[in-house]
Ligand binder design. Sequence first.
Ligand SMILES: NC(=O)c1ccc[n+]([C@@H]2O[C@H](COP(=O)([O-])OP(=O)(O)OC[C@H]3O[C@@H](n4cnc5c(N)ncnc54)[C@H](O)[C@@H]3O)[C@@H](O)[C@H]2O)c1
Length: 298
Amino acid sequence: MSIEKVGIIGGGTMGLGIAQVCARAGISTTVVKATPGDLEKPRGKLQGALAKAVDRGKMAAEERDRILGHITLTDQESAVADCDLIVESVVEDIEIKKALFRRLEGICRDDAILATNTSTLSVTEMMAVCTHRQRVAGLHFFNPAPVMRLVEVIHGFETCDENIQALTEFCKRVGKDPVQVQDTTGFIVNRLLTPYMLNAIRMLERGTGTIETIDKAMLTGAGVPMGPFALADYIGLDVVIAMSRNIYEDVRQSHHAPPHTLVRLVQLGYLGVKTGKGFYDYSVKPAVGNPDLERPVI
Ligand SMILES: NC(=O)c1ccc[n+]([C@@H]2O[C@H](COP(=O)([O-])OP(=O)(O)OC[C@H]3O[C@@H](n4cnc5c(N)ncnc54)[C@H](O)[C@@H]3O)[C@@H](O)[C@H]2O)c1
């Protein structure tokens, strides 16, 4: 099937990033704000990200206008009724996502593909609440979506091969490098990256080094673009703790459970870059790392 209209549920970091990716490829994109509140907030974030890209000379003003022209922001889920593909990118909570999939089945065409951008949750568990299960899949973009090339195309237990193929072709069309993955907790990248971030936090708790020295060591010694703390803050500590809990729930090995410091920061609402404070306090100074990645623009 040809994907010409995309609906995105959730106007957070990832929802808006995925919208930019689709719109840049000329695809008509509708973003549904998933929680009550003013549409001006996501609109401002979207315009701000694109304005930065223009200011830094990474995008022409005409390109920005063209992208914005392809994006519709709304708070009505019914606005995705005629979309060929709907990608949900709401908070990482299985019950919220399952309830959303149930509602989407009542709204969307029977042949529309329903995809989740979940980081670690089971695509198959979301599929299980649907009647047309063959159309449910994972489409896992990486943060920042306009920059990162990988998309994991996730094959749930009953996803049909035609839809996996259609999603793979779609990813290529929007300029991404897809890999097909079976539905297992954390898929490929987060199954490897989550324990890495948790190990760094435990290393901090043991007193091996500070946040800065551990990040600097990985940055300059392992050649990664961000150290583990800058990365966790960038992903969002609420997302990191959800990934940790989901992997722990699956494998039941204690070293996958969220470390104390991560739990406390999330309890305090320090979620990283998006709240201005996490392992780093961004009102004081930026994280150790590649300055371009700390505040990425398109
Ligand atoms: N942050 C990352 O690095 C990253 C990368 C890939 C995938 N993801 C996944 O993308 C999804 C969204 O993450 P994000 O980073 O954009 O988070 P975010 O905090 O920026 O956005 C969360 C979104 O969920 C919505 N939301 C919050 N509470 C809700 C509720 N009770 N019911 C319905 N919607 C609610 C918000 O309105 C917002 O649109 C998650 O599943 C996450 O695991 C995140």
